[in-house]
Design a protein around this ligand. Sequence first.
Ligand SMILES: [Mn+2]
Length: 356
Amino acid sequence: MQWGFRWYGEEDTIPLAYIKQIPGMHGVVGTLLDKLPGDVWQKPEIMALKESVEEKDLKLLGIESVSVHDSIKAGTADRDQYINNYIETIKNLSACGVNMICYSFKPIFGWFKTNLNYENEDGSKALLFDAKVIEDMEPKDMYQLIHSQSKGFRLSGWEEERLEKFKKLEEMYEGQTREDLFDNLTYFLERIIPVAEEYKVKMAIHPDDPPFEIFDYPRITKNLEDIKRILNIVDSPYNGITLCTGSLGGDPENDLVEIIQEVGDKINFVHFRNVEHLGERKFKESAHLSSEGSLDMHAIMKALIEVGYDGPVRPDHGRMVWGEEAIPGYGLYDRAMGLTYMQGLYEAISKDLARK
Ligand SMILES: [Mn+2]
């Protein structure tokens, strides 16, 4: 497996030099933070990112995310121009030697939590989702809720530009059903996957976080059934998924091991994270260890090894520990501990399997 870390570029509180000091680290999954959905990513900008990573003796393992423009997700008449831009970005990334794109296909909201600074008993802080908190809220109120907790950090998917045009966004998606959204994804994938194949860029759709509908906006990447349906749109190794254990794991009905066994050959990226179920549609992001949350991380790693997964893997969100201040979910310490734990699982399981 290729051990990685998410890195937000020069704006990140964590320098690449620190990431490099984590044992066994191969590289980072990067982004161009100033790019809005629909923009073409130009080669010089991508090369600058890649060179800054390689200067520190790390690899650029992929991009997360190249956001999909709302016109594509809403299926409006102007979508083709944005799909053409997306295709240009795929080609430009390929030309720069970047071969994996994580993306998502969710109306209005990407990742979604109701508390970014939930204090655990030990004083560490975690992200938490509780459906009850938003029961009486309007969708646009979520921006205020998230921004009031962001500690001044820019949060991808929650940009102020999106709030400014929120009314327009709501109108774009008004009345959209799951089938409509799925049709729009189909239209998108039928255009981009042949290009991704030709240019050898693996697409990896990220599941819904949380994996159920909120504010009645349709969600189509919630579970195994959804994932299989998406993979069937275009059957290609370039039409794959990001296996985000913490996102899918937010629904206790999702069996991560089963998902890996069923669609293992289409996993193009892994986000490794544990969650603790606290009640109906309520969970928090725990430390990575199986003992700290509700998921069996050993079984998940074993299943990944058994299906032969050898692509990029990164610890997903971590808690804030030891007084660290960083982008919520993206501190250094807890993610570094998480990665070391993942590597320990990997070594133990793979050596054990080799002996058999
Ligand atoms: Mn994730």
